[in-house]
Design a protein around this ligand. Structure first.
Ligand SMILES: *Cc1c(COP(=O)(O)O)cnc(C)c1O
Length: 231
């Protein structure tokens, strides 16, 4: 299938899953994950309706940003080192991967330098996996407490990558946990903590994620085909 056909099919599935969870397609943002994908192919996706892309490496993001410019909204979805934060500020719409005080502090510092406010999501390690980044459910409130005071950061929601499992119902259970956490945090009405976005769901599980409340899905393979193994 072509990229356009892939996107159409995904958009159809998104609409259907949104309806199942009491929403419509307009409520769900489709983020095309373009890591390893060259600019000419990204342009093809843009011609087929993609308006936002996610990248996970700073260097790769920067070169695509320079070539593609403002035809797109950019999201940063990968592990972020503090020394690279400065390259993202004012260029990305949302950083999905904030999981430490140190990282938040640097985003605040760099944003304040140029007088901007950066929107971020807090990455949650919902399966408490040793190998994964993200803050645990147990530590989220402590972290929110410390970083919500930063004037140049705006907390907009949560992101997760659930543990890999071939069992859909297990995956659904992790998404449910995320949604409950999202709702709990929202109900607390903390200063400078808005729960607008719940970023979860990738090629293999985006339909389940939307059914369980996601409103940003991050999809690579299902749009562009299998990537060469990189991690
Ligand atoms: C690569 C990646 C995705 C997309 O994964 P696919 O399986 O290609 O859809 C989503 N989120 C993050 C953080 C990623 O690194």
């Amino acid at each position: 299938m072509s990229i356009c056909e892939n996107i159409k099919e995904i958009q159809y599935n998104i609409s259907y899953a949104a309806l199942k969870s009491g929403r419509t397609a307009k409520d769900i943002k489709l983020l095309a994950v373009t890591k390893t994908i060259p600019v000419n192919i990204i342009k093809e996706a843009v011609n087929c309706g993609i308006t936002a892309i996610g990248e996970n490496k700073v260097q790769e993001f920067l070169s695509k940003y320079e070539e593609l410019g403002n035809i797109l909204e950019y999201h940063f979805i990968g592990a972020l080192q503090t020394n690279k934060v400065k390259y993202l500020i004012n260029k990305v719409a949302l950083i999905h991967s904030v999981d430490s005080f140190k990282l938040a502090q640097e985003i605040n510092r760099q944003s304040s330098k140029i007088g901007t406010i950066s929107d971020v999501l807090i990455e949650i390690n919902i399966g408490n996996e040793l190998s994964k980044s993200g803050v645990s459910k147990e530590n989220i409130y402590g972290l929110l407490d410390k970083i919500s005071v930063f004037p140049n950061i705006s907390i907009k929601g949560l992101m997760t990558i659930p543990p890999f499992t071939a069992n859909n119902e297990k995956t659904r259970e992790y998404f449910k946990r995320m949604f409950n956490l999202f709702i709990d945090i929202r109900a607390k009405k903390l200063d400078n903590v808005n729960m607008d976005f719940l970023s979860m769901g990738m090629s293999m599980d985006y339909i389940i994620a939307i059914e369980e409340g996601a409103n940003i899905v991050r999809i690579g393979n299902k749009i562009f085909g299998e990537r060469k193994k990189e991690d």
